[in-house]
Design a protein around this ligand. Sequence first.
Ligand code: EPZ
Length: 420
Amino acid sequence: MAYIKIDGGRLLEGEIKISGAKNSVVALIPAAILCDEEVSLVNVPTISDVDSLEEILSFLNVDVKRHNDEMKIDSNKMINKPIPASLSNKLRASYYFMGALLGKGHKVDIYFPGGCTIGKRPIDLHLKGFKELGATITDMDDHFIIEANELKGCKIYLDVASVGATINIMLAAVKAKGKTIIENAAKEPEIINVATLLNSMGAKVKGAGTNVIEITGVNYLHKALHEVIPDRIEAGTYLIIGALLGNPLKISNIIPSHIESLIYKLQEAGVSTLIGDDYIVVRRSDDGYHPIDIKTAVYPGYPTDLQQPIIPFLTQCDGISKVEETIYENRFMNIPDIVKMSADIIVRDNRYAIIKGKTPLKGDRVIATDLRGGASLLICGLIADGETRIDNIKYILRGYDQIVEKLQSVGAKIEIVDSE
Ligand code: EPZ
């Protein structure tokens, strides 16, 4: 199995261009099948999640053409048939085919695995929304058949401001009869990006980005060209790396306001940043950093997806930092391997991590447990003394476009080794 090898401690200088957002494009691709004509997406990142979704589109006989960062999708010859687990369980975001196929043809048959390493990951709110729109759901233990004679707009209240449920219900509602209102909707920027695609096809979605979204059903959706927004989590990951090793590091093609919570926390720690319209320049400090406390929250709070990547930074702050994970029940799985690299971290109730710094890290052999946990181990390897080997790198390559090449381009000694 291939692994990542890093020779740590090198300062990084130069520019890293951020790619299209994973958590946007994994919804935009299924959303495109709602269109009655062709959809062109640009700024599509080169990540394995996109390849997995393309496999599902091809399985459904949807016409897909890819060229560089562009993806053209035409579902006019689509054949709606049961989507097997072998295709749908490669990524959780395959659940967006539920809303898209229900919204387009009032039927979806999909094998969908519950849970994943960071938590139970239920989809009860997605299903609640589909039911309230008029669908019947046959749930046969990870195999869902969802169908409706008619989808009728209604008011849906989300008990949790779920990103996935907000988007999935939006997809199911764009061609429903009448008006659907989603209350307590999630406000993440990716939701706005999906709503913008839908509206550019002729849908009527209002309020995306606020906690009340209103969708008025339409009958026809015409062709559209749409750009994937920059990946705020990829941008945040490199900003953290720049705070540790930037000499300096310029992170460009970003929307700084999308990572405001991270920028404030890093500034609180003493990181100095130069912020432009679509870039940030960050240089490591020789004066050390103050410890900070982090509590994850829904947008615009501190993103749970940047909880694991910030931990290596906190090991280098002078004092005790505290992290509280409020979104997932099991998002500290990467901590034992960071401790193996000599960090001083205690996890309590799987909800709190207490990090004592400044602790120099030592390279070691570690294993990625999930996408953002893998990213945190990679950051540890970049700052550690000596060599680090990271196994299970498929997790990292799911969500970070050309991360090894991007880091090599600014001076990191990092490579993917293909072992037998
Ligand atoms: C999206 O997942 C992201 N994934 C996650 O990023 C991200 O961590 C999460 O939003 C929160 O920001 C994609 O966009 C593909 P949620 P999603 O529904 O939509 C509970 C990454 O690393 N919940 O907002 O699945 C759930 O248990 C990934 O890129 C229900 O109870 O997240 C969790 O506690 C990891 N019932 C909370 O809501 C439901 O029906 C947040 O989940 C749905 C969710």
